[in-house]
Ligand binder design. Structure first.
Ligand code: UDX
Length: 441
């Protein structure tokens, strides 16, 4: 099948490369010529394990190409994927201007019948709206059918997820279009769920909102655990054994970040609001997350009430491990607050520092290693659970003025840290002193 993919952001690029890998001829289109020139040489604009290798392989085997010319990319395509961004507007709703632009580009370039697949995360009703825009501008003898096919890829394991996903959702108005998209995806051997267009659009938002709810829920439980002397790791494990609950997304921490959960939860609140429904539960989820992102600052201020002029090491800047993405990462809020309180902030992240330099406060300094970041520091805050941190030799913390580690991702065992003489605070796990306090009441 000949496929065009409009937009080579995270979703578009991974989709295009994966479709090429299963045998389709894919032309990826992006307006950014500089980016296209790099991708033509197999250089990926994002860090994603396995992506560059598959790009090079499929370019060499002539199944994958990149262009900034819409006509060139679209002319021969049987199916055109729209995978452009839908950024958050200031009111929380999704900005659809790139999707609408892509629809106009398609109409301007096609001279044959096509199926347009919308991969971008778009509010319920957008597929119909895009279909109408195209119908209005098309010459009468060309037919375009729009199909919703949301993505569920996780950053850092997107290539793996493409081949091992839990489901592929296809929302279509006709069995013919749904079957064609099913056929395209057949080599992935992932279960297919076919439904109507609006339900497919909603499945994407509802799934992300549900996962975000699980995270905010467990984070609130962790805060209560701290007050009562229970251990969140034990609680999560015990809860997760109930198959109705499931063990995933029950890891307490400093809240969710990234390009999807924060944006999609706010968008779903908006979508519901547009039809005069107040999504109270989801509003709570968003508020809890905002509070949770700042929880380490509270813990730090409890230990060191005045951090003016103190050296604070920040370990981990990406919103999660195995990505260089800082979007909506707690590191933004945490470093901003530390600088505001007058601390000297020295950060280290195995991969995300280049991105961080253009996003974080210019006063943030960067170290080349954990050792350099924590040397002579007054406290170390852990924001991302990179393996490099989890596997570090605990003796390294002796380089601090007095070992004080505040861990937002529960990277270490409380007992182990205690044994190594490290003053250690984490999430939802009571500090021994606190247990004694509660027990004595
Ligand atoms: C998410 C969805 O998982 C994916 O299906 C969708 O397509 C895009 O959004 P992603 O943003 O890549 O993927 O990351 P994910 O691994 O889901 O983690 C999101 C955030 O939640 C991270 O900040 C992570 O640290 C946090 N998280 C996740 C927790 O705090 N606890 C958990 O148990 C799981």
């Amino acid at each position: 099948m000949k496929i065009a993919v409009i937009g080579t952001g995270y979703v578009g690029l991974v989709t295009g490369v994966s479709l090429a890998e299963i045998g389709h001829r894919v032309s990826c289109i992006d307006v950014n010529e500089e980016k296209v020139a790099k991708m033509q040489q197999g250089i990926s604009p994002i860090y994603e394990p396995g992506l560059s290798e598959l790009m090079t392989k499929n370019i060499n085997e002539r199944r994958l190409s990149f262009t900034s010319n819409h006509r060139e990319g679209i002319e021969q395509a049987d199916v055109i994927y729209i995978a452009v961004g839908t950024p958050e507007k200031s009111d929380g709703s999704a900005d659809l201007s790139f999707v609408v632009q892509a629809a106009h580009n398609i109409v301007d370039c096609i001279n044959h019948n096509v199926i347009v697949v919308i991969k971008s995360t778009v509010p319920v009703g957008t597929n119909d709206m895009i279909s109408e825009i195209m119908q209005c501008h098309l010459t009468s003898d060309i037919e375009v059918e729009v199909v919703s096919n949301p993505e569920f890829l996780k950053e850092g394991s997107a290539i793996y997820d493409s081949f091992h996903g839990d489901r592929i959702v296809i929302g279509a108005n006709s069995e013919r279009a749904a079957s064609l998209i099913e056929q395209i995806n057949q080599p992935f051997q992932v279960p297919v769920f076919k439904t109507d267009i609006k339900s497919a659009e909603m499945i994407k938002y509802a799934s992300n909102a549900f996962l975000a709810t699980k995270i905010s829920f467990i984070n609130e439980i962790s805060n209560i655990c701290e007050l009562l002397g229970a251990d969140i790791e034990n609680v999560s494990n015990g809860m997760g054994m109930d198959q109705r609950i499931g063990s995933q997304f029950l890891k307490a921490g400093i809240g969710y970040g990234g390009s999807c959960f924060p944006k999609d939860t706010k968008a779903l609140i908006q979508i519901a609001g547009n039809v005069e429904y107040e999504f109270e539960l989801l509003k709570g989820v968003v508020n809890v997350n905002k509070k949770q992102q700042g929880i380490l600052i509270g813990k730090l201020n409890d230990c060191l009430p005045n951090i003016l002029g103190k050296k604070i090491a920040v370990l981990g800047l990406a919103f999660k491990p195995n990505t260089d993405d800082l979007r909506e990462s707690a590191s933004i809020l945490v470093t901003t607050e530390l600088i505001k309180q007058g601390a000297e902030v020295v950060a280290y992240d195995p991969i995300a520092m280049t991105n961080a330099k253009s996003i974080l406060d210019p006063l943030v300094q960067y170290a080349v290693s954990i050792e350099e970041a924590i040397e002579n520091s007054d406290a170390a805050l852990i924001l991302t659970d990179w393996d490099e941190f989890k596997n570090v030799d605990l003796a390294v913390f002796k380089k601090m003025k007095k070992p004080l580690v505040i861990d937002g991702r529960n990277c270490f065992s409380v007992k182990e840290m205690e044994r190594n003489g490290i003053d250690y605070y984490s999430i939802g796990r009571s500090v021994p002193a606190k247990i004694a306090e509660v027990a004595s009441i």
